[in-house]
Design a protein around this ligand. Structure first.
Ligand code: ADP
Ligand code: ZN
Ligand code: ZN
Length: 834
């Protein structure tokens, strides 16, 4: 083989493209870009017949691809890299582990303001003037420009159709070069930095001279201008501090008073007395908020803290098992300070934004502007800003949900996963279907960072690893300060129903206790599990329940919008007037949901101020904050809610927690239903009695003799754990195995079944019958007009060649799908599905 002597080490680039296939794609780097291109920069490349897409450069080298002719990169989009090399390795790892493409990982990772989109769009450059150009414009360029206007954009495909040409790149390129158009990925949300206009003196006065006086004199007849100048001097102490001018003042500060006109200021700017300038400001500025650092660890916290450090000496991961209210946050912040003091970055993960509100408020007091927040409710601009803040080191600490593992850290020292047991760390759809807590470990390994998992109710897996000594284990068994664990009482619903001691879904016992609690000035939380409680409509005459046309699920009744809606596909229709099946007009709503509870409570206790926190009431961006603040300030004294109220919230005056129905959670068909029930009940109990007064919990149940409930009652995590791990062991469930969930989707039911059987057959032939469960219909067997079948592959944890097995499975599925009978089937692979 001959070596091409001329090949330059930067003539080819390996690029990640946002497509669900393959790994890297190699493109040729045009000479004009060789000097500027770097790994981590985004580029425009041709893909397929006539698409142009954005990709991310991973690697530059001198070897052309062996199997195809490399196409050329069209353009470079970034002067400086937006991503870190360490991220590429991490993304690659994830793609391998979760059996997806690195392009899919990239799609999840990068905020769409920076995104690799499958189709770029163009719009007019805001400063472009079509009548004023130095180079002649070609006819094609003219056509494109005429079809664009301030608010009209075109996709590449549209441009291509418009011109009747396949190759439009030279035209686009030329238009970009003359700054006539800009390219972007998403019309609505493309990133715009937030700017403010400021003014300052063009040349500050030297206080030892007469400059100021001279100027004042020259403005003698111009009172308004004088007034503007005086106002400036009043606000900005340039005469005392010659540096003060540098920072100037907000323009609006000067012009907001009516008597100081904007036009006088403009004249002064024109005459070079003032200059106007713009600065980019952060959307998250906090500089005026006080930073306070007054929290001394208690003796028990200090001991735990020391133990954690000791364990970190030879272990990467430590599990902090601290009961609710034991003050884990204070320990976290001490650890964070330590990491910061050795110049490392910190990632603090929380399961949901419901939780970030309070924690962020607490941490911001300590860490001020160094702390960035990253969550799914952010606008894309905000996300881009956090991304860039991490990249350019404006933030040392990020508090974020699972997707924050994707941020461009380059030197993480500590990752904390708070409420590590929480199921919201798992991403179900789309790919990568990852477990944020597990990925925190991997990310930690890449950075050589320590990982601290914290929970009052650790996941069975994590506790198992801690017991085996893989993780360090540190426990905090008491609540902080004087507070006690709450008293937990089970209310027997069978008994209450028999004796007619119920009002709606509330036992009289619980209602009395609520009243009693409110009378003492304390607050109440009522928890209703989300699963299986969506309100629906039912015909009183024939019993018919309206279902979604596209999914195998009943439609949910939305009182607020007066509509029926499918929670799986979003299909909705107005409230029907009569039954589809029998035409009867007697339709009733059946509801046990939070909305119904809220109404009932208001009816039973007219004096109470009832609030609700669930998916519906928190749809708007800041609604969490509002509800939490209303409860905190006492505006609301009963808070009814779903899972959201169970997690991490810290209120002073919650005297009672009521759990409406513990039973349905326990019998939900899921491997983790016991674990989840135990965790939820203990977590929600943990919301009460967090100060001096002892809290009270009442759990309504028809099976008060159930063991799980007794362990909850005695706050006995260990007993629960041992029973659970025994169960998992005897069925060879995780952590003794790994599960891979394979879902087959097909618009034809029979075909879905046949495909799943073919895949099952192939897999069983390879791995034996025992390791393959199914195929079976999942509980919801049709979604969006696709029929579903499911297979579960169980792989022994002791298996060492996991990677090989997984890629074999992937291969087997791909081979089966090549059969033309199954070509309409789509397969979704979910590794570690729970
Ligand atoms: P956890 O997260 O373990 O449930 P928190 O961290 O919310 O518990 O702490 C419970 C309460 O105790 C909080 O109100 C917190 O402010 C308080 N607290 C914990 N540690 C300290 C400390 N060292 N000094 C003062 N207050 C503390
Ligand atoms: Zn009917
Ligand atoms: Zn549907």
């Amino acid at each position: 083989m001959s070596i091409d002597q001329n090949s330059h080490s930067k003539s080819f680039a390996d690029i990640i493209l946002p497509v669900p296939i393959g790994k890297y794609f190699t493109y040729r780097v045009p000479l004009s870009l060789e000097n500027d291109i770097q790994p981590g920069c985004r580029v425009l490349v041709p893909f397929g017949k006539r698409r142009v897409i954005t990709g991310l450069v991973v690697h530059l080298h001198g070897s052309p691809p062996k199997k195809y002719e490399a196409k050329s990169i069209i353009d470079l989009l970034d002067e400086l890299p937006i991503a870190e090399p360490i991220q590429f390795r991490f993304f690659e790892w994830m793609a391998d582990y979760y059996l997806c493409s690195i392009g899919e990982v990239m799609q999840a990772a990068i905020p769409s303001g920076l995104k690799l989109s499958s189709e770029s769009q163009i719009q007019l450059h805001p400063e472009f003037n079509i009548d004023n150009h130095d180079k002649p414009i070609s006819e094609n360029e003219q056509i494109v420009l005429e079809n664009l206007s301030v608010d009209k954009t075109l996709t590449y495909t549209e441009v291509s159709d418009l011109l009747g040409k396949k190759s439009i790149h030279p035209i686009i390129k030329s238009l970009i070069q003359r700054e006539a158009i800009i390219i972007f990925e998403q019309v609505k949300e493309k990133y715009k930095p937030k700017k403010e206009k400021r003014i300052r003196l063009k040349s500050p006065f030297d206080s030892n001279t007469d400059e100021l006086e001279d100027l004042m004199n020259s403005l003698d007849s111009k009172e308004k201008q004088q007034a503007v100048l005086l106002r400036y001097l009043q606000k900005v102490p340039v005469l005392h501090d010659s540096n003060a001018n540098e920072n100037g003042i907000l323009k609006s500060e000067i012009t907001k008073d009516e008597e100081l006109s904007n036009s006088s200021l403009q004249t002064l700017i024109k005459n070079d007395v003032f200059e106007e300038y713009e600065v980019i400001i952060s959307r998250f500025d906090l500089s005026d908020k006080e930073v306070d650092d007054e929290q001394k660890l208690s003796l028990e916290q200090q001991t735990a803290f020391d133990q954690i450090l000791k364990e970190f000496e030879d272990k990467q991961t430590v599990l902090l098992h601290g009961v609710t209210g034991s003050g884990k946050t204070a320990i976290y912040s001490e650890l964070m300070k330590l990491a910061l003091s050795s110049d490392r970055q910190v990632l603090f993960m929380v399961p949901e934004i419901a939780l970030t509100t309070q924690i962020v408020q607490r941490l911001k007091k300590i860490f001020g502007n160094k702390l960035g927040v990253y969550h799914s409710r952010f606008s894309d601009n905000e996300r881009v800003e956090v991304w860039q803040g991490v990249k350019n080191k404006a933030y040392d600490i990020i508090v974020g949900v699972r997707s924050s593992i994707f941020l461009p850290f380059d030197n993480l020292g500590l990752i904390i996963v708070d409420e590590e047991h929480d199921s919201s760390y798992k991403q179900h759809d789309p790919a990568p279907r990852y477990q944020g807590r597990d990925m925190a470990h991997i990310l930690g390994r890449f950075h050589n960072a320590k990982v601290l998992l914290g929970s009052a109710t650790p996941s069975t897996e994590s506790y198992h690893h801690a017991k085996l000594g893989k993780y360090g284990l540190v426990s905090l068994m008491n609540r902080f300060g004087e507070s006690q664990m709450p008293d937990i009482e089970l209310v027997d619903l069978r008994d209450a129903k028999k004796k007619k001691k119920m009002k709606g879904d509330f036992s009289l016992k619980l209602l009395e206790k609520i009243e009693e609690t409110l009378a003492t000035g304390d607050q109440v939380i009522i928890f209703q599990n989300r699963r299986g409680y969506a309100p629906y409509l039912q015909c009183e005459t024939c019993g018919h329940i309206p279902k979604c046309e596209h999914c195998d699920i009943s439609l949910t009744y939305h009182q607020y919008k007066k509509e029926m809606r499918c929670h799986y596909c979003g299909y909705n229709e107005p409230l029907p007037l009569e039954c589809d099946a029998c035409g009867s007009r007697k339709l009733k709503t059946v509801s046990y949901g939070t909305e119904k509870l809220e109404e009932d409570l208001q009816l039973f206790l007219p004096e109470a101020r009832v609030g609700r926190m669930d998916l519906e009431t928190t749809r708007r961006k800041n609604s969490y904050e509002t509800i939490i603040n209303d409860f905190d300030s006492g505006q609301i004294n009963i808070l009814v809610g779903t899972q959201m109220v169970t997690k991490g919230l810290d209120f002073d005056k919650v005297g009672l927690v009521g759990v409406l129905d513990a039973d349905r959670m326990m019998y939900f068909p899921d491997l983790r239903s016991y674990e989840r029930t135990f965790q939820l009940l203990l977590q929600v109990s943990g919301r009460t009695g967090r100060r001096e007064k002892m809290g009270k919990v009442m759990i309504q149940t028809s099976i008060p003799e159930h063991q799980i409930l007794h362990w909850v009652q005695s706050h006995d995590y260990e007993k629960f754990y041992f029973s659970e791990i025994k169960e998992r062991h005897s069925f060879l469930y995780p952590p003794f195995s790994r599960l891979i969930n394979i879902t087959i989707k097909n618009p034809d039911k029979l075909n879905a079944i046949q495909t799943s059987e073919a895949i099952a057959f192939a897999l069983k032939k390879k791995y034996g019958r025992k390791g393959i469960l199914g195929p079976q219909e999942p509980p919801v067997s049709k979604i969006r007009n696709q029929y579903l079948m499911q297979l579960i592959v169980k792989i022994d944890r002791k298996t060492t060649n996991l990677g090989k097995i997984k890629s074999d499975i992937d291969q087997t599925i791909a081979t089966t799908l090549q059969d033309k009978n199954f070509k309409r089937s789509r397969v979704v692979i979910d590794v570690d599905p729970y």
